[in-house]
Design a protein around this ligand. Structure first.
Ligand code: ADP
Length: 171
C-alpha cells in the first residue's frame, strides 16, 4: 500500500503530473487564503462559477469540479473541521480523506494530491492532522483499486518530514 503514497514539498497548484488535486475549501467554496486561494488563482474565475451551485458544503463533505486552467483534470473540494469548533474533529477530518478518495475512485481518477487539510487557518495540530490523514488513506486505498498514486503536497520541509515520518510509522 505505501508504495502508492508519497510525501513531497511543494505547491498544490503546481502538480502537473497528477490527475486530481484536493482543495482545502471553505463552506462557500470561494477563493480565500492558503490552498483555496492558490487553486482558485491558478484555475481562473471559471472555478468559482462551477463551485457556486455546489455550495455550501458541510465539514467532512467532498465535491468535485473540473480544474479549468489548472494542469489537472478535476478538483475535489473538501471542507475540513475548524479545530475546536466542528466536532468530532477527528472523525470529520478522516471523512474528508475517505470521501475524497471514494469520489475520485468513482470518477476514474488514477492519481490524487492532497494538501494538509485543516492544518492551516482551521488550526488542527499538525502532527495529529498528519496521523489522521495518513491512517485514513491507508485504510481507504484498498477499496480504491483505480487510484495508483496518492501524493501529499506539503508547503514546507517540516511538514513534509512530519508526513514522511508518520507514513513510516503507520505502514
Ligand atoms: P485549512 O483552512 O483547511 O486549514 P489552509 O489552506 O489554511 O487550509 O492550510 C492547509 C495547509 O496547507 C497548511 O499546512 C498550509 O501551510 C498549507 N498550504 C498553504 N498553501 C499551500 C499551497 N499552495 N500548496 C500546498 N500547501 C499549502
Amino acid at each position: 500500500m505505501t508504495e502508492r503514497i508519497e510525501c513531497v514539498q511543494g505547491d498544490i497548484a503546481h502538480q502537473a503530473d497528477i490527475d486530481t488535486v484536493v482543495n482545502a475549501a471553505n463552506a462557500q467554496l470561494r477563493s480565500g487564503g492558503g490552498v483555496a486561494g492558490a487553486l482558485h488563482r491558478a484555475a481562473g474565475p471559471a472555478l468559482a462559477e462551477a463551485c457556486r451551485p455546489l455550495a455550501p458544503i458541510r465539514p467532512g463533505q467532498a465535491v468535485i469540479t473540473e480544474a479549468f486552467a489548472l494542469p489537472n483534470r478535476h478538483v475535489i473540494h473538501c471542507l475540513g473541521p475548524v479545530y475546536g469548533v466542528d466536532e468530532p474533529a477527528d472523525e470529520l477530518l478522516a471523512a474528508c480523506y475517505r470521501h475524497a478518495l471514494e469520489l475520485a475512485e468513482r470518477h476514474g481518477v488514477r492519481s490524487i494530491a492532497f494538501p494538509a487539510l485543516s492544518a492551516g487557518a482551521f488550526g488542527y495540530p499538525p502532527a495529529e492532522a498528519a496521523r489522521i490523514a495518513i491512517s485514513t488513506v491507508l485504510t481507504t486505498l484498498p477499496r480504491c483499486p483505480g487510484i495508483e498514486r496518492v501524493r501529499f503536497v506539503l508547503f514546507d520541509a517540516t511538514s513534509r518530514d512530519l508526513h514522511q515520518r508518520t507514513l513510516a510509522t503507520l505502514e
